[in-house]
Design a protein around this ligand. Structure first.
Ligand code: AMP
Length: 483
């Protein structure tokens, strides 16, 4: 078993890790930290939930701990596609760097420029930024990038989906050629590979992937409604959430407008519920998430954007108001519950017309999902299609055919020096048990979208502070089925 001290991290970091309760490194950490500490470029193929944030933040802190910040000249830059992810990275940084004197500044849109400039003027060792706001501050002369020794690019494939690659290229060209680059992406479409080929120097490749599977601790159910009217679906939703054992939950809708309607309706019926989607301004989104994390808010009604990247701990239930259009999204969604070995339950409302989407989900899972019986309005599935297996809402589901025996058993390909350690799954690593592969997109489609969106994104970039809401932080999948 590898320990953090085997990886070459100093005592201050080991103490900080002890304080946050990490017992041993996750595979991506075991694979990426040693070469990163040596100053090598690292290409990490890993998704959110694998512990990848610490795999770049820890070596970055260790390497920067000698040396001091200069005004407006950060020594490292971490680029993230969305504000929420950037904020999460900043939280991670604060936890891990608390025994050091290192300082950071978070450069994201949707908030005032002034406080960011103040910190930049005092000197921040680490800039954590979304591309749009970084470029804005750069163009205003508030941040100089020629002192950057370590660059981190997180979620490069999402950057591509969101049309940020031209921004990233611009930023890369302003950085010193002699620097260390730590680059993370869940997938490697050609545009992302091209960035790696052009801007990285013989990177060590560390890959941690997880097959599309759902955690064995998640009970999955479908709740069938006789008709697909919103009223009937909302009625079923209320039955599903108003049961013993439903502590809290995320309710996913395919369409943004349904997110609002469902949240409003639940509130009207006396439930503690609030919507989260891209049309809400940044402060509302931040507050809603904070309320949900602190248990002030019981139900978060969300579009798929909330299923990616956001690290929301301990959700007892996930409800799919609609069967997702994309089977992968199902895994992403229900992966919000049953995390870190905790028991969770997902309930998917299935209306007439949803059969194809449900069949795609069941095909991917390699099994059919049990019917729940929440009372009126739940017809049983026709026997010819599937024998009805009425189940109690709390029963545990069988494993999917390709579900690994452990909740989190990633495939790891690491460099020889690290592979032995990297194959050791960490029981305490607390990633969500269902660590889904992002929606598969063909490279050409992604590239078209990227090109098309770029112009748009420069115009609609919330991080340029000319616009409200997600601006260009809206991931591609967010628009799927919005209308
Ligand atoms: P990330 O993939 O970086 O978003 O991390 C996913 C979750 O795993 C976060 O809640 C982290 O705090 C947690 N985490 C990261 N590394 C470890 C570790 N070595 N042990 C336990 N939890 C971890």
């Amino acid at each position: 078993m590898t320990s953090f001290s085997d990886l070459g991290l100093g005592q201050k970091l080991l103490d900080a890790l002890d304080a946050v309760g990490y017992k041993e490194p996750t595979p991506i950490q075991a694979g990426a930290i040693p070469p990163a500490l040596e100053g090598k470029d690292v290409l990490g193929i890993a998704q959110t939930g694998t512990g990848k944030t610490a795999s770049f933040t820890l070596p970055l802190i260790e390497r920067l701990s000698k040396g001091r910040a200069k005004a407006r000249m950060p020594r490292s830059l971490i680029l993230s596609p969305t504000r929420e992810l950037a904020a999460q990275i900043a939280d991670n940084f604060d936890n891990y760097a608390k025994n050091t004197k290192l300082t950071k500044v978070l450069l994201i849109g949707g908030v005032a420029f002034g406080p960011q400039e103040e910190i930049l003027n005092k000197g921040a060792d680490v800039v954590i930024a979304t591309p749009g706001r970084l470029l804005d501050q750069f163009e205003r002369g508030k941040v100089l990038l020629n002192g950057v020794q370590i660059l981190v690019i997180d979620e490069a494939d999402r950057m591509l989906d969101m049309g940020f690659i031209p921004d990233i290229e611009r930023i890369l060209k302003t950085l010193p050629a002699r620097r260390q680059t730590l680059f993370f992406s869940a997938t490697m479409p050609p545009e992302v590979k091209s960035l790696v080929d052009r801007f990285m120097n013989e990177p060590e490749r560390v890959e941690v992937s997880k097959p599309a599977s759902t955690a064995t601790t998640i009970s999955q159910l479908v709740a069938r409604v006789k008709d697909k009217t919103p009223a009937s679906k909302r009625d079923m939703l209320r039955r599903a959430i108003d049961r013993d054992g439903v502590k809290n939950g995320i309710i996913f809708c395919n369409r943004k407008r349904d997110v609002d309607t469902v949240a409003r309706s639940l509130k009207k019926h006396g439930f503690s519920a609030a919507p989260i989607h891209g049309d809400l301004d940044q402060s509302t989104r931040t507050q809603t998430l904070a309320d949900f994390k602190s248990d002030t808010l019981r139900f978060l009604v969300a579009s798929d954007v909330a299923a990616r990247g956001l690290d929301i701990p301990a959700v007892s239930h996930v409800f799919n108001y609609d069967v997702p259009h994309n089977a992968d999204d199902y895994v992403h969604r229900i992966g919000r519950t049953g995390r870190a070995g905790l028991k969770g339950e997902s309930v998917t409302i299935v209306a007439p017309g949803d059969e194809r989407n449900l069949a795609a989900v069941e095909k991917m899972l390699g099994k059919s999902i049990d019917d729940a019986d929440f009372g009126a309005g739940s017809p049983k599935k026709p026997a010819a299609e599937k024998p009805t297996r009425k189940s109690k809402p709390t029963v545990s589901t069988a494993k999917s055919k390709d579900t690994p025996s452990a909740d989190f058993e990633p495939k790891v390909e690491a460099t020889p020096a690290t592979s032995a350690a990297a194959t050791e799954p960490s029981p305490n690593n607390a990633p969500p048990s269902a660590k889904p592969a992002p929606a598969k997109k063909t490279a050409s489609k992604a590239s078209d979208r990227s090109a098309k969106r770029h112009d748009q994104s420069r115009r609609n970039d919330g991080d340029h502070d000319r616009f409200k809401g997600f601006g260009k932080d809206v991931p591609a999948f967010f628009n799927i089925g919005e209308n």
